[in-house]
Design a protein around this ligand. Structure first.
Ligand code: GLN
Length: 244
């Protein structure tokens, strides 16, 4: 009996091993992101979810790979892509001339704006009112770059957009410059703050890949095109952004 059991066990184990040689074979597609940017990428319980995550999953399906999400500081994302630590950066990333020196960008999949969040009773009502003010931004974002151009402004840089908003709630800064969609989420979640009507700039979000990785870039663009043409992209956006 013992022998039978042990033979059975051996068969089972070998079987499992055989099956599992295939398990590890599926290649991985690593996405670098900063999951502090609702509704594009944020934590929901144990998971990282959002518009970008669903787009990344569609790309992984296109490539036939398993999607792996690496959550990191925003200003590490492009370095991770450049060094090959990640295959693609998907993080509500705005295409800029500077960034194009270091990475390649896909076709754009979303339009965004930079907006200003202030306290409800603030006198700031226009980007021109920001001169000489203390401005909170997320380190390394386009909001950070624009703040640098504001005359006599003091810039406070935070690792997470929400930390900048907290600083505003505590009156440590006069305004926060941040992307419009996360701004809406933060304003909805916190009382006493509002978005200034006049927006700053219009930007385009795209996916970053290592310079010269045209093979992946082509697949990324193909996946984006499919998502756009099938109406799936709009479905994803509608799931995360409720119409006003
Ligand atoms: N769109 C902004 C940028 O690319 C902010 C992105 C983010 O904070 N995830 O800099």
């Amino acid at each position: 009996m013992k022998k039978v059991v042990s033979v059975l066990l051996t068969v089972l184990m070998t079987g499992t091993l055989l099956v599992c040689t295939g398990c590890g074979a599926k290649k991985q597609l690593v996405m670098a992101t900063n999951a502090e940017f609702p509704p594009y990428e944020y934590h929901e319980g144990e998971n990282i979810v959002g518009i970008d995550v669903e787009i990344a999953q569609a790309i992984a399906d296109e490539v036939g790979a398993e999607l792996v999400i690496e959550d990191m500081a925003f200003d590490s994302i492009l370095t991770a892509v450049q060094s090959g630590k990640a295959d693609m950066g998907i993080a509500g990333l705005t295409i800029t001339e500077d960034r194009l020196q270091n990475v390649d960008f896909s076709n754009s999949y979303a339009i965004a704006t930079q907006v200003i969040i202030v306290n409800q009773d603030s006198a700031i009502d226009d980007p021109d009112d920001l001169g000489g003010k203390t401005i909170g931004v997320q380190l390394g974002t386009t909001g950070d770059i624009y703040a640098e151009d504001i005359e006599d402004a003091t810039i406070e840089r935070y690792n997470k957009g929400f930390e900048a908003v907290q600083a505003l709630l505590q009156n440590k800064v006069d305004a926060v410059i941040i992307d419009n969609e996360p701004a809406k989420v933060f304003v909805e979640q916190n009382e006493g703050i509002r978005i200034v009507d006049k927006e700053f700039t219009v930007e385009e979000y795209a996916i970053a890949v290592k310079k010269g990785n045209s093979d992946l870039l082509e697949k990324v663009n193909k996946a984006i095109e499919k998502l756009q043409e099938s109406g799936k992209l709009q479905e994803i956006v509608d799931k995360y952004i409720k119409a006003e």
